[in-house]
Design a protein around this ligand. Structure first.
Ligand SMILES: [Zn+2]
Length: 187
């Protein structure tokens, strides 16, 4: 299957036909007429003024075009971020371990104090509610905590009592029924 060309190619004129499919060929920028060997990344680098790909920045590209590609890059990054989060949450829901991101030494030193504060809040939550200490070892509880951490700051916090009593409970029941049905089918 021939890979579809990205929107960046609309701003360049191909100078030669690729000898093999997917081969990088020379292109000419429609704005500054610079000719260089193109990959999608190098083309974007030229339009966006990134210098780390060995191609000089375009000095004649209209700002509207730069803006368009900045938006595309932003969307791409957000998509990748969301995909990673979904994969992590998926792993957590299956009870698989998710590797925490490596922290820099400086960050780790700062977070030691923060870690103590968080521990204190955990302790208080347990003592104030008479929670069983074994909850701290419970895999479901740990998975829920890890899921919050993985979700990041945008997670609104534990679900409301109302949702725990209704929609979330109903969904959990359905998941149990589905699990049971597929188990019975496999017998
Ligand atoms: Zn150019």
């Amino acid at each position: 299957m021939v890979k579809e060309k990205g929107p960046e190619h609309a701003h360049f004129v191909q100078q030669e036909e690729p000898k093999t499919p997917g081969e990088s060929t020379k292109v000419k920028c429609k704005y500054c007429e610079l000719i260089f060997t193109a990959t999608a990344t190098r083309i974007r680098a030229h339009l966006l003024g990134w210098t780390r790909y060995g191609v000089q920045a375009c000095d004649k590209v209209p700002p509207v075009v730069t803006h368009q590609f900045e938006q595309l890059e932003k969307e791409k990054k957000e998509k990748e971020f969301k995909k990673r989060k979904v994969e992590q949450l998926d792993k957590l829901s299956k009870g698989e371990a998710v590797k925490p991101k490596k922290q820099s030494t400086l960050k780790a030193a700062f977070s030691k104090q923060d870690c103590l504060k968080v521990d204190q809040l955990w302790g208080r939550a347990f003592y104030a509610n008479g929670l069983f200490f074994r909850l701290a070892k419970d895999p479901h509880f740990k998975a829920a905590v890890a899921a919050i951490a993985s979700f990041g700051e945008s997670y609104p916090g534990p679900p409301s009592v109302d949702r725990l009593r209704t929609t979330i409970l109903e969904r959990e029941k359905q998941l149990c029924r589905d699990g049971l049905a597929s188990f019975q089918e496999s017998l």
